[in-house]
Design a binder for this molecule. Structure first.
Ligand code: GCU
Ligand code: CA
Length: 478
């Protein structure tokens, strides 16, 4: 009976739907009540809401809130409704998807109109456009509604369990001038923005001293010809600096370049990634230097390879110690780049070589999965990457492809265009599908920019002739 009555009420009010954000790729899309259809008023008098207000529905049956959700494929969606009910009586509502009542959410009293809670349901969705409506089942109407968080599942096939790659030839090699006699370019980080790839690398010179360089180009075929800007000739300055990571920190509208200085993690910022002269002078992340837990565990290793990734609430700074430990510090999104604290061992191995350095952590678009890769040193000293996945940046991490025989990327699963110029697949970074601090990657057709070297080179580490090449996944099923 109730269901029939509800469907009838939809017919009366159909066609009042606001244009929704399109979310075919986003894992979770927030539909603020102030942007949804609200049979009532958009109010701001009770604190704690997100966005610019909440829907205070009329206290009447049929006074609904509705959003339109786009799903890439049919499947299920998780709907989280944030609400407040300052009365002591529940305000139940039917969740109606595309005109069909799916389930009733109770919306019990939350204790105060300023106390917000989230009620979650899983609902079926069609490919394309779907209406999701909250329709009160009593004449008291809805609770105050802040937003609906909708996560459409089954829109992404996720990561495979094994990987196969083809490598380009050497794409980026040293370019020297009168004051920079380079030996290697290494540790690439890359972002695609404004129609160009922006690549930052470490450099070493003939005496084994580290610095960094920048280049940009529209296409990988142009990489070899792109001029290098030596970052010691920018406000980033001279002295030991290496292992860059670049991303856009959207909350501040700033690009960040994160790098190591030996004794600390440092960063520079700019509003224009294409202008290397616009980077700010280095600042450090750790006000008190190396955290105690790292001092206690680093042994004779080195504190290297800083990697920042953020979720909706926090930013996490990872680092390695060449002694079998991956560390993770955290700060809030609001405090970033300050306040990194709570440093923990995110992963450890009793042997140092299997958990060496050069970690990357990414969010896989269209799923609640994070990918972690860490460089290991295998037999014959060859570098390769191991991989893990987790539902959150803080883990727990489950091995994905983690051996030298079946690695994430290594000599055993990489073939070459032409000469096999490297047997090492070493420090690098994935080609992301975005630019911001959430470090998103598409799980399909992965590409990984890496450092490799002549298999016969036998110099000390800082004199090895590293070059940069690009891996393209060949076993993508999507
Ligand atoms: C109060 C409160 C509103 C709420 C309403 C209700 O008027 O201020 O925010 O929507 O009660 O009972 O629905
Ligand atoms: Ca109300």
């Amino acid at each position: 009976m109730r269901r029939r009555a509800l469907i009838a009420s939809i017919a009366v009010v159909a066609g009042v739907v606001l244009a929704p954000p399109t979310s075919a790729l986003a894992a979770t899309t927030r539909y603020e009540a102030e942007s949804a259809t609200c049979t009532g008023t958009i109010d701001t008098n009770w604190a704690g809401y997100s966005g610019s207000g909440f829907c205070n529905g009329n206290n009447a049956a049929g006074a609904y809130t509705q959003v339109t959700v786009n799903a890439a494929t049919s499947g299920t969606a998780t709907v989280g409704v944030r609400f407040a009910n300052g009365t002591t009586t529940a305000r139940p509502a039917t969740l109606i998807v595309n005109g069909t009542g799916v389930q009733t959410l109770p919306f019990e009293g939350t204790g105060a109109w300023t106390t917000w809670a989230t009620s979650t349901a899983t609902v079926p969705v069609n490919a394309g456009s779907n209406t999701i409506r909250l329709d009160p089942t009593t004449a008291a109407g809805l609770p105050n509604v802040d937003y609906l968080d909708v996560e459409v599942g089954a829109s992404s096939p996720g990561l495979p369990s094994s990987f196969q790659w083809r490598s380009s030839g050497q794409l980026i090699a040293p370019k020297s001038d009168a004051t920079h006699n380079l030996r290697a370019v290494k540790d690439p980080t890359v972002v695609y923005s404004g129609g160009r790839y922006h690549v930052f690398v470490s450099t070493t010179n003939q005496s084994g001293s580290y610095s960094m360089a920048y280049l940009n180009f529209t296409d990988w075929s142009q990489a070899a010809a792109a001029p290098l800007t030596y970052l010691d000739q920018t406000p980033i300055g001279t002295g030991y600096k290496a292992a860059p990571q670049v991303f856009y920190f959207a909350p501040q509208n700033l690009w960040y370049l994160v790098y190591q200085t030996g004794s600390n993690a440092a960063y520079s910022t700019t509003t224009n990634i294409a202008n290397p002269q616009s980077w700010t002078a280095p600042k450090t992340f750790y006000a008190s230097g190396m955290p105690q837990i790292i001092r206690d565990n680093i042994g004779s290793g080195y504190w290297v390879d800083f990697w920042n990734i953020c979720d909706n609430a926090k930013c996490y700074l990872f680092s390695s110690d060449d002694n079998g430990h991956l560390y993770r510090s955290e700060t809030t999104l609001a405090q970033f780049p300050n306040g990194f604290t709570n440093t923990v061992i995110a992963m450890a191995d009793s042997a140092r070589y299997p958990l060496w350095e050069a970690s990357n952590v990414y969010k896989v678009t269209g799923s609640n999965t994070y990918l972690l890769v860490i460089e290991a040193i295998g037999t014959a000293g060859r570098r390769y990457f191991r991989s893990w996945t987790a539902p959150a940046i803080t883990g727990p991490w489950t091995t994905l492809a983690g051996t030298q025989t079946a690695p994430f990327a290594g000599a055993n699963n990489v073939t070459f265009d032409g000469t096999a110029w490297s047997q090492d697949i070493s420090h690098g970074e994935m080609i992301r599908n975005g630019t911001d601090q959430t470090l998103t990657i598409d799980p399909c057709n992965l590409r990984y920019l890496y450092q490799g070297k002549d298999p016969n080179a036998s110099d000390s580490y800082s004199l090895l002739p590293w070059r940069v090449g690009l891996l393209t996944q060949t076993n993508s099923t999507c």
